[in-house]
Structure formats: C-alpha cells, structure tokens
Design a protein around this ligand. Structure first.
Ligand code: F6P
Length: 501
C-alpha cells in the first residue's frame, strides 16, 4: 500500500464519509506502523465503488490521536479524521456501539444512555462534517455512511447548501416502539433529514424511519418522500427508501475459480480430517450474530448422537470486534467457554467438533473456506444485510453448498432459496442443519443456482448506481412539492410489521 501524501484542497466532486476508513493503522510489537484492511461489510461494499470513482474517502484511521495528512491508498484518496482516546471511548465505543448499536438491533443487549456520550457524538459528527466540507468541491456529491454519523447530513447542509447529500444506513432502523427510547430521537431524525436521499437496507427499515418522522415531526410524508421545512429555508423534498446493499460478486467468483484457491480448499478439508460435511460460520464476534444459538444447536445434535465429529465439523471464524466494550468482552468469554466445552465433550484424537478462529483472514483464505464448506450457517438475531451470505453464494461457481440463513437478516428478503430459519427456535435450527447435511446434490444445485442469479445480478455496482442515480434525481427535484414520485422498486419486499405501532 502506498502512502503518497496528497493535497488537502477542496477539490473532490465525490466524497464518501464513514466512521472507519477502508484501512486501519496498526502498530506491531516493535512499534512499526502499517495499514491493514478494516473489518466489516461497509468496507467490503464501498471499496470497489471508490476504486471506480475518482473521489475522496473521509474517515478515522482506527487508532487514537492519529494526525496524518491525506494520502493515496490503492487508488483511493484517503482523508483521515483524528479521534482522541476520549472520542473513541465516548463517541465510538460509547454512543455508537453501546447506545445506537444495541438500540438499532432490537435491544438484544440493553442500550446505555449517557449525556456525555451524546455530547461527544455531536462534537465528533461536527468534525466529520467539517472534514467532508473541506474536501468537497463546489456542488459536490457527499455520501455519508452509517449510524455513527447520523448528524452529519444536517451539519453539512447548514455549512454547504451547494452540496448534494446522500446517507446510507448499513444497519437496521428500529421500529418506533424501540427508537422512541432514545432521549435524542428528534435530533437524530433532524440530522438525517439534512440529506437529499436516505437509504436503508430493507423496506421495513425505511418504513420504520418514515413512521418515526411522522411521530416526531409535522412534516408531510408521501412514501418515499418527506417535505422538510425549517425557518428561513425553502421547503425541501427528501427521499427515504430501501437500497439493499451487495458485494462485488464477480471478484469472489473469479477468485474461487483460481486453481490455487481450490487447492487451498482441499487442504483445509484435509486439515480437518476430511469429514463428510464441513459447516462454516463467519462473523465479527458480535452479540447480534447469534453465534451462541448456532453452537447450542450443534452441541445438542452432537449430544443426541444425531451427528458425530467424524462426519461433521463446524469451522467458526469469529473476527475480533469492539473489544473494549463490556458486552463484547462478555460475549467472547461465553462463546469461548461454550466452544471449549463442546470440544472437550465430543472431540476425538483425530477430529475436533469446532475449529474456532478468533481472527480475520485475507480474502483469498475466506474464498477457499467458502469452497471448502458444504454448509454456511448464518444465525444472526438481527443484521442489516449480512454480506457473508452473499460472499458464500458468489464464491460457489460450482452450484454446490447449502446456505442456512436467519430470517432476521436483510439478505433473507432476497435469498429465498436458502434454508430460512428463526435462530431463536433451536429445534428449527437443528432441523435445518440436518436438512442441509442430507440435502441431495440435485436440490443443492437448484437452490444455489437461484441464489447465485440473485447475487450476481444485484451486485454492489448496481446498488451504488441505483443510489447515486436516485440522489441525482432527488437533487434535480429538491424543491418540487410532494407528488407521487415513481421510483423503481427493484425487488419484491415484505414489510416487517413486528414491533411497529
Ligand atoms: O456495518 C456496520 C459496521 O458498524 C460498519 O459501520 C463498520 O465499519 C463495521 O460494521 C465494523 O464495525 P467497527 O467499525 O465498529 O469495527
């Protein structure tokens, strides 16, 4: 990766703003610093988009007090934003990941509400907005990403009315019955309404947002448009709708077709003792991912003798995440205790029950793992999209492999030919695992072909061009009064009415 310094002038016509940059600064035990790829689906999706565009990416470099000049990395102009240790504690670990994250994921863990975290969130959002404004040319398009930066659209609108502003929420947007807990709910809605287009993963998320707007403001709405007025400003039309995110599907297929990757997949299976079935879980170590539910189901199947370790192995990749947040520390202890217990009870000298890996792997190794896995288990309790499911499908050019997919992921709206499960129903998960293991080759191929068609057609470039095209249209009609705007709905959706009031 090259670190060529770059100019800081306001020269970019396209600017992406996200909490994390696509690369994280890491320092090894000898104090040598380097950049590595950042974790998470946001980077997976946006990196190929940014490589195509001649834009700037504004974000944090992953370490405290990192004051570095803008630079170019693998063809992307990087504009770092500095966060202090206190900002990381209060804005990132606190308000973003201990308030908003659990609140937006169905309160699976209890959200904490602290006024000083909120104040830090406002301050840091202002810093991101200022950095984005400084990098943006007159009339530029600025695309703000995710729940950490929900105040940035309004802040940008106030300082730079010339900009066209998009916002995309990568995680779910909660039903009003849950969202209304947030003491700063109105400020969040007003922050988001600074954008011209607000994108969500699912139709249900966009519906939840529109309901929150109706409950908290008097702005007229007509799905998908909202008419926003504020003192001294002309009335603006804002569009809020679903744009389900995806991956660069072709690049996964291309890698999977490489003989060296296929050879590596064979090696992986051999290393596991060539069991008949390899099952795989790939997640950030996060309580939303339902890793414990998956282990419980597998452990019970082993205990009941319905599967045995000679025949079936589970590989669990759990990449480290938010390790200083208490709920994540506790989760790690629970998961590792459970893995240890299951292995202690069921492993033999030649076969382990669960091959557990607490680190991330490079893309090549992940694709080899996808090829090696007969079954991918996605048991998230709530997930904005789940791009791992799409990566698995994109990699299976051989039309083989079975996807077991939680209905609480955004991906389940599209990937109907997966074995859909309710992860809370442990007996149902066990049945799906057994069905996946026993599925005849013909049925596996039929299902995988249909899944692949979906993922290869709706890839990330289609996602970004849909969003940016809608943003362009919205800019052109920003001051039109509400009329029934006919925006193409690419996919068929069912509206999730749970929790809504
Ligand atoms: O997709 C959700 C998300 O929080 C992204 O915003 C983020 O980049 C990724 O997951 C990883 O999380 P974090 O940046 O907290 O490590």
């Amino acid at each position: 990766m090259s670190d060529a310094p770059h100019s800081t002038k306001a020269e970019f016509d396209f600017v992406v703003v996200s909490n994390r940059l696509p690369v994280d600064r890491v320092t090894d035990s000898d104090g040598v610093a380097s950049w590595t790829r950042s974790p998470g689906g946001l980077v997976t999706a946006l990196e190929p988009v940014m490589r195509e565009a001649d834009g700037a990416w504004v974000g944090w470099g992953g370490q405290p007090d990192l004051t570095i000049d803008p630079f170019e990395n693998d063809g992307i102009h990087i504009v770092p934003v500095d966060l202090s240790a206190a900002d990381i504690e209060e804005f990132y670990e606190g308000f973003s990941n201990d308030t908003l994250w659990p609140l937006y994921h169905d309160v699976i863990a209890p959200p904490a509400y602290h006024r000083e975290w909120w104040e830090s969130y406002v301050r840091v959002n202002q810093r991101f907005a200022d950095a984005a404004a400084a990098a943006s040319a007159q009339g530029a398009v600025v695309w703000v990403q995710d729940y950490q930066l929900q105040l940035v659209p309004r802040m940008l609108r106030e300082s730079r009315p010339d900009l066209t502003i998009g916002f995309f929420n990568h995680i779910p947007f909660p039903p009003y019955g849950i969202f209304s807990q947030l003491p700063w709910r109105l400020q969040i809605i007003e922050g988001l309404l600074g954008a011209d287009v607000i994108g969500f993963q699912r139709v249900a998320d966009a519906g939840n947002f529109l309901r929150a707007v109706r409950r908290l403001t008097s702005f007229p709405t007509r799905n998908p448009a909202i008419e926003v007025s504020s003192a001294g400003q002309p009335t603006r039309r804002v569009v809020a709708r679903a744009f389900p995110i995806s991956i660069d599907a072709k690049s996964f297929e291309e890698l999977a077709r490489e003989p060296r990757i296929q050879e590596r997949a064979r090696e992986i299976r051999e290393g596991l003792g060539n069991p008949r079935t390899v099952m795989l879980g790939v997640d950030r170590l996060d309580y939303t991912k339902g890793i414990g539910h998956r282990l419980k189901a597998f452990g019970e199947l082993l205990a009941e003798g319905r599967v045995n370790v000679e025949d079936v192995t589970l590989v669990q990749v759990a990449s480290p995440s938010r390790e200083r947040v208490a709920a994540y520390m506790q989760l790690r202890d629970e998961i590792e205790l459970t893995v240890g217990r299951i292995n202690g009870d069921f492993a033999t000298m030649s076969h382990t029950a669960i091959s557990y890996h607490h680190h991330g792997y490079p893309r090549d190794e992940m694709v080899a793992l996808y090829l090696a896995a007969d079954v991918l288990l996605v048991t998230a309790l709530r997930d904005g999209m789940n791009l791992v499911a799409k990566e698995y499908v994109a990699s299976r050019f051989d039309d083989d492999g079975v996807l077991v997919l939680s209905e609480f992921t955004g991906a389940s709206d599209e990937l109907k030919k997966a074995l859909l499960i309710n992860p809370h129903d442990i007996d149902g998960v066990k049945d799906a695992i057994l069905q996946a293991i026993a599925m005849p080759a013909k049925e596996r191929a039929t299902r995988m072909r249909s899944l692949r068609k979906r993922v290869l057609e709706n890839d990330v470039s289609r996602w970004s061009s849909n969003f940016l095209h809608t943003l362009e249209q919205a800019r052109a009609s920003r001051y039109d009064r509400i009329s029934p705007v006919q925006l193409p709905d690419e996919l068929e959706w069912t509206v999730d009415r749970r929790w809504s009031d």
